[in-house]
Ligand binder design. Structure first.
Ligand code: TEU
Ligand code: CA
Length: 601
């Protein structure tokens, strides 16, 4: 097979070499003491982000919203919610981001609106209003009492517990809500809906933003028959086969490209959040031929610790994690592009989830960071991840705020009589609130996040785990992230290099990246016990990035959560066995610190 010639850096879209930082504004920084993060708070902390070296800021929703789902329920797409500030604050922020040489993308939540959006308020009014068909309205199931349980048009369950249908007495019909009852699904099959969404997107691009993160964008096309799904342990049917990759999904994204992006001069970052997306589908969505999306967020590696639904836990072995990550690297090797992430506002903290947040807190946070960032794709850093923030030891249901967590608790304990402690324990591991505790800026009360009462508890570990403590500590997690990001920007092999898995024991994720005669190899022990490698595997020589001091670095052995990245002089010098041989490596930076990196020129 002929080798495809990889395009030179200048022909690549800019986002291929970018690193993205996600801000969840509610939990980032509060400027006015009301306990809720806001836009002036973001502005005040922009240098924290700029110093990390990232290229793009992704801002989770700040639009007008009743905040049922913390802003993912939008009642006005073209204004800022007063809790976060004003449109002027946002314009100032966009300018400040650009001044620092970064770009800004916004969240696009258009699978659904808030039930308080004027579109829905009008639609609900009756079957004769101009917007009657903007949402999914259906009659009760024939032969049932309309509005009573069991009269729903189909058996689908909502992501946030209960039925996916809500009865509207006003209209005498049910509406579909795949998420909370306050998030009715928009009917994309109606061309007026698409028109309105595309116009709104254009308005934002013309205001100066650089792209969108598209919320559950693979859910926008539904099988019009809305058939019953097969039953799940929740007691409801699974509608995913009928809405997660619907018949018009490619048509709608192609139309979006044509109507929104093509007519504009910019080059935009578009990332589609796609629960349930397969590698094959991801390739279709991101192939350069179709050009529908720059990349997608897939979910396989964040579903490894669940069995059936997200609340049923399953043990994850290091080998499972490695296999999943490597499979996605391979699947998008020739065409398409990967996003790379451990965390976001929906996921528990990775150091608590797949790492070790006690004995090997720093080691596991840095090892996980290194394997993620040295893969091929665009890495995302979620606020606090760069500090190694952990899950919160929630011990009371009153400390949770997330609609998904609260609904799940009410469903299990209230309706199904489950043991409250058992449910609390699953929430402790999997609740989205683990990601939403305030950003830990300092050891002060309120963690430097707020001078008031935070809307959700601050993690007690902020007294030692905080940004202020990490800035000047050379071996800190924050500084390790800086080095990783710098390495990506300095060395094209990290951006464009081919990926190949290297043979290693199951506990170890080992891979090689190759671009022409440039080559790096990464060895990471993803467990809390030492892992043996082949006897002649290299020691400290040639290590360009590691998370243990060079003097403890042993040939043939990785300490718990140890990661080492080697640079090989040339690809041909590396061994086909996949073992980096002592002497092959070209050391680009003298030891000294615990972390060696690409910094020296
Ligand atoms: O999430 C979509 C989604 O399906 C999941 O990530 C979900 O939050 C999780 O699996 C629940 O177990 C997006 C947003 O990221 C999330 O914050 C919103 O709540 C949701 O859409 C609705 O807009
Ligand atoms: Ca505030």
């Amino acid at each position: 097979m002929p080798q495809a010639v990889s395009p030179t850096a200048s022909e690549q879209p800019w986002w291929r070499s970018a690193v993205v930082y996600q801000i969840y504004p509610r939990s980032f920084a509060d400027s006015n003491g009301d306990g809720i993060g806001d836009l002036p708070g973001v502005l005040a902390h922009l240098d924290h982000i700029a110093r990390l070296g990232v290229d793009v800021v992704w801002l989770s929703p700040v639009y007008c919203s009743p905040q049922d789902d913390n802003g993912y329920d939008i009642s006005d797409y073209q204004d800022v919610d007063p809790v976060f500030g004003t449109l002027d604050d946002l314009d100032v922020l966009i300018r400040a981001v650009h001044e620092r040489g970064m770009r800004l993308i916004m969240d696009l939540v258009v699978n659904h609106t808030s039930d308080e959006h004027p579109w829905f308020v009008e639609s609900r009014r009756g079957r004769d209003t101009p917007k009657a068909d903007w949402y999914f309205w259906r009659d009760a199931r024939p032969g049932t009492v309309p509005g009573e349980p069991g009269s729903e048009p189909n058996n689908w369950g909502a992501v946030f517990s209960g039925s996916a249908w809500r009865w509207s007495p006003e209209r005498g019909q049910f509406y579909l809500h795949l998420f909370s009852v306050k998030q009715p699904d928009l009917n994309w099959d109606n061309p007026q809906v698409r028109e309105a969404v595309f116009a709104m997107m254009g308005w934002w691009l013309d205001r100066g933003i650089d792209g969108f993160r598209m919320d559950v964008i693979n859910f926008i096309s539904k099988d019009p028959a809305l058939p019953d799904g097969s039953m799940t342990q929740s007691g409801y049917g699974d509608g995913m086969p009928y809405f997660a990759y619907g018949p018009q999904i490619h048509a709608y994204l192609a139309e979006m490209r044509k109507r929104v992006f093509e007519p504009r001069p910019g080059s935009y970052l578009t990332v589609g959040e796609m629960p349930g997306v397969t590698p094959q589908q991801a390739r279709e969505f991101t192939s350069s031929d179709r050009g529908q999306l720059a990349m997608v967020f897939q979910f396989e590696h964040v579903m490894l610790d669940q069995d059936g639904d997200k609340w049923t836990r399953r043990r994850v072995r290091a080998g499972d994690l490695r296999d999943t990550l490597a499979r996605w690297q391979d699947a998008l090797a020739d065409d398409g592009w990967n996003s790379l992430y451990w965390n976001n506002h929906d996921q528990p903290r990775v150091v608590s989830r797949y790492g070790n947040d006690t004995t090997y807190w720093r080691e596991s946070a840095t090892a996980l960071a290194a394997v993620l960032h040295l893969q091929r794709g665009t890495p995302y850093v979620y606020q606090g991840e760069e500090l190694g923030m952990t899950n919160l030891p929630f011990d009371d249901i009153d400390n949770f705020r997330d609609v998904e967590s609260l609904n799940h608790y009410a469903e299990m304990v209230g309706r199904r009589g489950a043991d409250p402690d058992a449910v609390l324990q699953t929430l402790r591991h999997k609740s989205r609130d683990n990601a939403r505790t305030p950003m830990q800026w300092s050891a002060e009360p309120g963690a430097g996040f707020t001078s008031g009462t935070p809307w959700i508890p601050v993690n007690p570990n902020h007294v030692w785990l905080n940004a202020a403590a990490e800035y000047d500590e050379p071996t800190s997690i924050y500084n390790f992230y800086r080095e990783l990001i710098e390495l990506r920007h300095a060395d094209p092999v990290v951006v464009d290099g081919d990926f190949a898995l290297l043979p290693a024991p199951d506990e170890v994720y080992a891979f090689r990246r190759t671009l022409g005669d440039r080559c790096i190899e990464v060895y990471a022990n993803l467990t809390s016990t030492a892992a043996k490698l082949a006897d002649d595997t290299a020691g400290p020589e040639g290590v360009i990035l590691g998370n243990y001091p060079p003097e403890t670095c042993q040939p043939g052995l990785l300490a718990p959560w140890e990661v080492r990245a080697y640079r090989l002089v040339s690809a041909s010098a590396s061994h086909s066995t996949g073992r980096p041989a002592t002497g092959d490596g070209q050391r680009i930076r003298g030891g000294g610190g615990m972390i060696s990196g690409p910094g020296e020129r």
